[in-house]
Design a protein around this ligand. Structure first.
Ligand code: BES
Ligand code: MN
Ligand code: ZN
Length: 495
């Protein structure tokens, strides 16, 4: 996809489609007004006939608009003008892209990036538009025997800005957004691939290939090396699977040689059956998404490398399946983690924290400036925040604030959850240092509490993406979150 910025008059554009907004109550935006005037009030006539009220999410495609050189004019409802904030802007973009993809237009000019939006500048609006276009055009059909629809026509999107001096800012935003969009698409692909294809071995191969193309050093540790490191918890989860485990280490060095890196740790359970504490059959297919934390770490490494961020980043992924079987761990088993702490595995389905805890111990060797782990860790997180916000836990308030801000910037938002000592009380065992689960209450918090015991030597944050990493229902699929949040976090740190 090719993106560009223009400030020239929309009514004069020779393009496949000009997209202009209409507020509720049939109120024309500036671009719509210009087209209306050029076409001797053709738009006013259409609206008067009641074909579009301006409701958010609606759109109307017009052909042969008189005196306008564009092949089509797409009117998009923006909702009420005084409610036109980030969310409405994003819905309008999504509706526009949806309408565009069902036409033959190869080029389009988006006159939505020129709309005033409280607290948001051209850079933000352009970035969101690029991400919305790439998100709306994303399809995962490589596993269909025949392509289900004709190849998409849209090749070039021009974004309209109010003035010539917005062009430089818009162009820089395109570059950044295109890098993020690539990272997001990479994460979506990995998430959407089923577990018979996306195995730990496949994840490792993808990391190696990404490293080769984008300049990231990748090393993959196998069973033997992991045993030598004493990762007893990670090894315990991997026991039940016939797929060999992989411990993937990626290093992007964009910063000063001696600058301590940011470490990203992603949960890479390529399928979570629950193990001996087996899950019910309903919706178990969605547990192929249990490596979305890992996917987001790979996607973010890719985006950081494409943006050439002047920062050092280490990405670490413990990858395995969680399976039942004759060799699998059983409830009550006690294992020794790499940290030396012993854990009583009361529920084999709480495996994410078991693979992450050893990875958190491993990354300490980098003396990292900060560590962020990303994991589809708890079903309780879905109940608490749904698919809107990612749960954020941290042992450092400044780091938490940084991530919250990055989420706001990227509009890939997180919500700060408590990690108070009061919750640690739930983790008591008669047989080991502590168990891998607490009671049912506040399940996401006790999971974070468990992790915190392995993250004592550096500023650390944990992102529970169980609700945000993928969508269920008819539009089932990976979202690529929180690649945008993490990319913004790294960019802020690099600046
Ligand atoms: N991968 C799951 C968490 C999950 C479940 C994410 C459903 C999204 C949707 C995780 O490994 C898990 O099974 N967690 C258990 C923990 C429990 C046994 C303490 C859960 O949340 O039920
Ligand atoms: Mn599980
Ligand atoms: Zn899991």
């Amino acid at each position: 996809m090719e993106f560009s910025i223009k400030s020239a008059s929309p009514e004069k554009q020779r393009t496949g489609c000009v997209v202009a907004g209409i507020f509720e109550g049939r109120k024309l935006t500036e671009a719509a007004r210009a087209i209306d005037a050029a076409s001797r009030h053709f738009l006013t006539g259409v609206l008067r006939r009641g074909d579009l009220e301006g409701k958010l999410g609606t759109s109307l495609m017009l052909h042969h608009v008189p005196q306008v050189p564009a092949e089509r004019v797409l009117l998009v409802g923006l909702g009420r003008e005084r409610d036109f904030h980030e969310m409405a802007y994003r819905s309008a973009l999504a509706a526009a892209v949806k309408a565009l993809r069902s036409t033959g237009a190869a080029e389009a000019m988006l006159c939505l990036t020129d709309l005033p939006l409280k607290r948001r500048g051209t850079d933000w609006k352009v970035e969101q538009a690029v991400l919305a276009v790439m998100d709306g055009l994303y399809r995962f059909d490589r596993l269909k025997s025949k392509p289900p629809e004709p190849a998409r026509a849209l090749r070039k999107v021009t974004m309209h800005v109010p003035a010539r001096n917005d062009i430089a800012e818009g162009t820089a935003a395109i570059e950044r957004a295109a890098a993020i969009a690539e990272g997001v698409a990479f994460a979506k692909d990995l998430g959407n691939l089923p577990s018979n294809i996306c195995t730990p071995t496949y994840l490792a191969e993808q990391a190696v290939e990404m490293g080769r193309n984008d300049g990231v050093r990748v090393e993959v540790l196998e069973q033997k090396a992991v045993e030598k490191l004493g990762m007893g918890a990670f090894l315990a989860v991997a026991r039940g699977s016939r797929e060999p485990l992989k411990f993937i280490v990626m290093e992007y060095r964009g910063g000063k040689r001696e600058a301590p890196p940011v470490a990203l740790v992603g949960k890479g359970i390529t399928f979570d059956t629950g193990g001996i504490s087996i899950k019910p059959a309903g919706e178990m297919d969605e547990m192929k998404f249990d490596m979305c934390g890992a996917a987001s770490v790979l996607g973010t490494m890719k985006a950081a490398a494409l943006m050439k961020l002047p920062i050092n980043v280490v990405g670490v992924v413990p990858a395995t399946e969680n399976m039942p079987g004759g060799n699998a761990i059983k409830p009550g088993d006690v294992v020794t983690t790499m940290s030396g702490q012993t854990v009583e595995i009361l529920n084999t389905d709480a495996e994410g924290r078991l693979v992450l805890c050893d990875a958190l111990t491993y990354v300490a060797k980098y003396k990292p400036a900060a560590v962020v782990d990303v994991a589809t860790l708890t079903g309780a997180m879905v109940i608490a925040l749904g698919g809107v916000a990612t749960g954020l836990f941290a042992n450092s308030d400044p780091l938490a604030r940084e991530l919250l801000h990055a989420g706001e910037d990227a509009w890939d938002r997180a919500w700060h959850m408590p990690l108070w000592d009061d919750y640690q009380e739930q983790l008591k065992s008669n047989f080991a240092d502590f168990p891998n689960i607490g009671t049912r209450a506040a399940g996401s918090v006790t999971a974070a509490c468990f992790l915190s015991r392995f993250a004592k030597s550096y500023p650390w944050a944990h992102l529970d993406i169980a609700g945000t990493a993928w969508k269920s229902g008819p539009e089932k699929g990976a979202t690529g979150r929180p690649v945008a949040l993490l990319a913004h976090f790294l960019a802020r740190r690099a600046a």
